[in-house]
Design a protein around this ligand. Structure first.
Ligand code: C2O
Ligand code: CU
Length: 504
């Protein structure tokens, strides 16, 4: 089917704190799209790889001629890309040379609990002596029982026994995830498998990762972020800007502002991540002759669909990923195609541009994709649970809550049985992209009706619109232990909208 998701946002898209940059911004499409470098393993065994990443500060040129201090994985934003094969065990040793504790989470990974990056499972910076104090700005009164596991170096182990897809790794420290990602702690991690290989999809420079993330820059060219203290005092309504999420006025793709990518007249595969803290996009591709190019969705957060879904425009909430094909075959050399954002106003209506610079050879779009998608039936569910994602008050302050409670690492919110199929009914007051760790899920219903076309496939994040509900179904067939679910508006997450899921 052909899907036009017009009117995706039921209220203005930009409801967060719209920061304004105070430095001159470059013209759109004047900077080439950078492609994050692929990290080489330091060791490669028969069925495993070992990587090393140093988390460190660098001064980078994000805006032309301006130096910006970033927190990075291995010196770049985005961090280096890791390429893995399904079932080959990957170890990533992270060393923390940043001035703050960090936590690494592989988003979308089927990862045992001890490597999943629990928010208090810290990698301390070298020389860090002060214990983490409670009562942080997250606004939820932390107890002193916070279990801190710490070291300046930490090995994370990833079995990666999961369907081929694009994962991403990012910081996940309790109360501080949003500012840490904002400063640059995010990178891509691809998993490949035989199902994908058999399809012969576009590869090489015809497979393009696109990490879309908005930022804002202060008068010194540094990343602007609202003062956290300002949210802690006084009466703060849910419309208060920081609480709603932080929005920049510069759209970065792979760390470059409104970049341009040169293509031929062939078929391209776009691996898109919304790596923004709070901004929602609705992507569309418009050629300079006014023609709209279809975005052919072949995969979701957790891998390939059974068959492609063709979109005229495609909404993407924070942390969601799409695997897309786009065909430049009908365009003449010299044509330009703007990847635009229907939800953005002003310069935030632009994302990037493709420029057709040569003839290429076309390729057909496979109409049959993967046959390994889990199909769970409603009748198989052992448990049905309800969760409300809403703003609320706690300790006299506003926060973002799940069923009226802010995150508490000492409380188990859900106990599930390993192997069970469960249905979760989610309801949201405003836009909330809801993310479940460890396992993928299918969207059963949205707003009481059929899921929308972009809900297809296996997901790990479902983006709920204001006032909307959805039912998701999953099976806890991976590991036992303590995992998380939360809103992936990173400010909402830091302000308490996260809960513990114990799988026994
Ligand atoms: Cu992308 Cu719990 O996170
Ligand atoms: Cu939220």
């Amino acid at each position: 089917g052909l899907a036009l998701s017009a009117g995706w946002a039921r209220r203005p898209a930009e409801t967060g704190a719209q920061l304004r940059s105070e430095v001159p911004l470059p013209q759109a499409f004047s900077v080439p799209l950078p492609i994050p470098s692929v990290l080489a393993p330091v060791e490669s065994g028969a069925d495993e790889e070992r990587y090393e990443i140093v988390q460190r500060e660098v001064d980078a040129e994000i805006l032309p001629g301006i130096s910006t201090r970033l927190w990075t994985y291995d010196g770049s934003f985005p961090g280096p890309t890791i390429e893995s094969q399904r079932g080959r065990h990957v170890t990533v040793a992270h060393r923390n040379e940043l001035p703050v504790p960090t936590v690494v989470h592989l988003h979308g990974g089927r990862t045992p609990a001890d490597s999943d990056g629990y928010p208090t499972d810290l990698v301390l910076p070298a020389g860090w002596t002060e214990p983490e104090r409670s009562g942080g700005h997250g606004g939820h009164g932390m107890s002193d029982e916070r279990a801190v596991v710490s070291d300046v170096e930490r090995e994370y182990g990833f079995p990666l026994d999961q369907r081929a897809t694009m994962l991403w790794y990012h910081d996940h420290r309790m109360d501080f995830t949003a500012p840490a990602i904002w400063r640059g702690l995010a990178g891509l991690h691809f998993v490949r498998d035989d199902v994908e290989d058999a399809l012969d999809l576009p590869g090489g420079d015809h497979e393009v990762p696109l990490m879309i993330a908005d930022r804002a820059f202060d008068a010194d060219g540094q990343l602007a972020y609202p003062s956290l203290d300002s949210t802690l005092t006084g009466e703060i309504g849910v419309e208060e800007p920081y609480l709603a999420g932080v929005l920049g006025d510069v759209i970065l793709v792979n760390g470059a502002p409104w970049p341009e990518y040169e293509v031929d007249t062939g078929l391209y595969r776009l691996r898109v991540l919304n790596g923004s803290n709070a901004r929602h996009y609705e992507l569309e591709a418009i050629a300079d002759d006014g023609r709209r190019l279809l975005l052919v969705q072949i995969g979701a957060d957790q891998g390939l669909l059974a068959a492609p879904v063709r979109h005229e425009s495609l909404p993407i909430g924070p942390a969601e990923r799409y695997d897309l094909l786009i065909d430049f075959g009908d365009l003449p050399v010299g044509a330009k195609v703007r990847l635009a954002n229907r939800l953005g106003t002003g310069r935030c209506a632009d994302v990037m541009q493709f420029k057709v610079v040569r003839e290429g050879s076309g390729a057909p779009i496979p109409e049959m994709l993967a046959d390994d998608l889990p199909e769970w039936d409603r009748s198989e569910a052992a448990v049905v649970r309800d969760f409300a994602f809403r703003a609320g008050r706690m300790d006299g302050r506003h926060g973002w809550l799940i069923d009226g409670l802010p995150f508490d690492p000492g409380r188990t919110d859900v106990t599930a049985r390993h192997g069970d199929i469960e249905i979760w009914r989610l309801v949201a007051d405003v836009h909330h992209p809801i993310h479940l760790h460890l396992v993928g899920f299918r969207v059963l219903t949205r707003g009481g009706g059929e899921p929308l076309p972009h809900d297809a496939g296996l997901k790990d994040t479902v983006s709920l619109r204001p006032g909307e509900s959805a039912e998701i179904i999953t099976r806890f067939d991976a590991y036992r232990g303590r995992f998380l679910f939360h809103c992936h508006n990173a400010e909402h997450e830091d302000m308490g909208m996260m809960a513990n899921l114990e799988i026994l």
